[in-house]
Design a protein around this ligand. Structure first.
Ligand SMILES: C[S@@+](CC[C@H](N)C(=O)[O-])C[C@H]1O[C@@H](n2cnc3c(N)ncnc32)[C@H](O)[C@@H]1O
Length: 263
């Protein structure tokens, strides 16, 4: 199985399981998303309400513009941004189950213009130059070819359009040999942005990320019994082993929020 397929199958299991786990959703809301994050737009990332409002502002979308969410997952962050900005949304994720969940969420929140397709960072299938903004929350660290991912983001963006993302920089020597995170480790996204059609205008470590990751992972690992019951053993074990490995090896260098303009 290729790493892309491995990732899709793994995330399919996670997105299948999460709707059955009120405990996971409440632990994540408390420790990862934090105060003020609306539950109808929940995520499996570490984006906060403060970050989302900053991203909505920094994307500077024109009225009625088009926003692309790369690795959109079950659609929460992208749909919230669409509702904050009035943009039309196109979400892309490698997991077919995530795409199905995102479509269902769009219907549940009565999104007026939102589409979701299965695709990868490097091959979204979206039209060239059609997007006014691109966003991605806590997923680019998984891109197996980060130059290709940024080149694809640049292709779908119109000149002057902005890319805003949160992502984890990793420690390359600590992920060497690991699947997915070790495929194309990146300790600083800026050179890749600059080499692939972007001018970086903002690049900051996000405050409190380390404590939130430790608290969220710690809470999930401490609730093994109830989460195994609610999520099912395969999904819980996959999730718990990634969390344990990430913490034990100290894989994450920093979590950053970046804004870059398509030149
Ligand atoms: C941590 S989740 C974040 C999902 C979503 N952005 C959120 O905030 O809830 C990472 C997402 O990246 C997606 N993903 C991983 N590798 C990918 C790839 N090569 N191309 C597209 N999506 C990918 C996964 O399916 C998953 O939905």
């Amino acid at each position: 199985m290729t790493d892309d397929n491995l990732v899709a199958v793994g995330y399919d299991a996670v997105y299948d399981a999460i709707p059955h786990s009120p405990t996971f959703r409440s632990l994540w809301a408390e420790h990862a998303s934090g105060d003020g994050y609306p539950p109808e737009y929940d995520s499996i990332s570490f984006v906060t309400a403060t970050e989302m409002r900053a991203i909505a502002r920094d994307l500077a979308l024109p009225a009625g513009g088009t926003l692309v969410d790369l690795a959109c997952g079950a659609g929460g962050p992208g749909l919230w941004l669409a509702s904050l900005t009035g943009a039309s949304l196109a979400g892309v994720d490698i997991s077919g189950v995530a795409v199905a969940r995102a479509r269902a969420r769009a219907a549940a929140v009565a999104a007026t213009s939102a589409t979701f397709v299965q695709g990868s960072f490097a091959a979204t299938g979206l039209a060239t130059g059609a997007a006014d903004g691109v966003v991605s929350s806590d997923a680019l660290q998984y891109a197996p070819d980060k130059a290709a991912a940024f080149a694809e983001a640049a292709r779908v963006l119109r000149p002057g359009g902005r890319l805003a993302f949160t992502a984890f920089e990793v420690e390359p020597d600590r992920v060497a040999g690991l699947p997915v995170l070790g495929d194309d480790p990146c300790a600083d996204f800026r050179p890749l942005l600059e080499a692939n059609g972007f001018s970086t205008t903002q690049y900051d470590e996000t405050p409190g990320w380390h404590a939130r990751v430790a608290a969220a992972y710690g809470a999930v690992l401490a609730a093994a019994d109830v989460l195994t019951d609610e999520l099912g053993a395969p999904a819980y074990l996959a999730m718990a082993s990634e969390m344990t490995l990430t913490q034990q090896l100290g894989i994450y260098r920093r979590r950053v929020l970046a804004v870059a303009e398509r030149v």
